[in-house]
Design a protein around this ligand. Structure first.
Ligand SMILES: [Zn+2]
Ligand SMILES: [Zn+2]
Length: 280
């Protein structure tokens, strides 16, 4: 069964109308397509959902779900951006926007006692390096610790179904500042995985880094997938598509990594909850 639960349309920073992704997904043989725009944020930016489009978006999603009902299951989720002291309550947004499920992600890291934000995502490593130097005095251990602690805070304080691109903080590192086998990093990862296991949260295996050529592997990669297998944390493969043609990019690599990690089932949304599909 072909599924993608993480998609951005032009209602956040994607390229096209939602319907264009749906028709492309049907052509590619998808069974499930979930939209997850970036959640609204309390400051001007170029990527998140604009609150003034809320009513239009809710109506559009209801309409598209019905229109394509016999060909594909369309869901309306949201990729919630968690920033301590700035994000709105996730449950409130979920109800207001009539959403099916939530992905929780950290793209902007807020240092303690500071309202400036470290933008860790995006195409340029220069932005990453600048934030690292200016907000964390170049201390990568402190900065990455803050990223994982922000994830932990989100997991403990908000309701999410899926954790978005778990270790995307590695994207602009590329082994320049640390390697993922360093003990402090390994223990941060384990700590967050334990919380995910405890709350029964799904880990997405996000392929975007591969097809954007910003990462050699998925978020997360093989070593973490092996831990996920032993902790029995549920997983799913998502492309984080921002254009219709990206819907299934690098899926083969992701599914073969799952196999290599010994993971033999994935979860999917089925309208009123989550179900498992065997990969055997
Ligand atoms: Zn994201
Ligand atoms: Zn995304």
């Amino acid at each position: 069964m072909l599924t993608n639960h993480h998609t951005h349309s032009l209602y956040s920073d994607g390229s096209s109308q939602p319907e264009e992704y749906i028709t492309e997904a049907i052509t590619k043989g998808f069974h499930i397509l979930g939209f997850t725009e970036h959640s609204p944020l309390p400051f001007e930016n170029s990527f998140s959902f604009r609150k003034e489009n809320k009513d239009e978006y809710i109506a559009l999603m209801q309409n598209l779900k019905q229109k394509y009902n016999s060909q594909i299951a369309v869901y309306s989720g949201m990729e919630m951006d968690y920033i301590p002291g700035m994000s709105e309550n996730f449950g409130k947004i979920k109800a207001e926007y009539k959403l099916d499920y939530l992905i929780g992600s950290v793209h902007l890291v807020r240092p303690e006692n500071n309202s400036e934000l470290w933008f860790t995502d995006g195409p340029n490593y220069e932005t990453y390096d600048k934030g690292l130097n200016e907000l964390f005095a170049g201390d990568i251990k402190k900065a990455v610790t803050r990223y994982y602690h922000q994830l932990n805070e989100m997991i403990e304080n908000q309701h999410i179904d899926i954790i978005g691109h778990f270790d995307k903080i590695k994207m602009h590192n590329r082994d320049r500042f640390f390697t993922e086998d360093e003990s402090w990093y390994v223990s941060l990862v384990s700590e967050t995985l334990d919380l995910l296991q405890d709350r029964d949260i799904i880990v997405e295996v996000n392929t975007r880094g591969i097809y954007k050529q910003r990462s050699e592997t998925t978020y997360p990669g093989l070593d973490i997938l092996k831990q996920i297998k032993s902790l029995r944390i549920p997983v799913m493969v998502n492309s984080d598509a921002h254009k219709p043609h990206e819907l299934d990019l690098a899926f083969e690599q992701a599914y073969s990594l799952l196999k290599e990690a010994g993971i033999d089932e994935v979860v999917y949304f089925k309208g009123n909850g989550w179900a498992f599909e065997s990969l055997k």
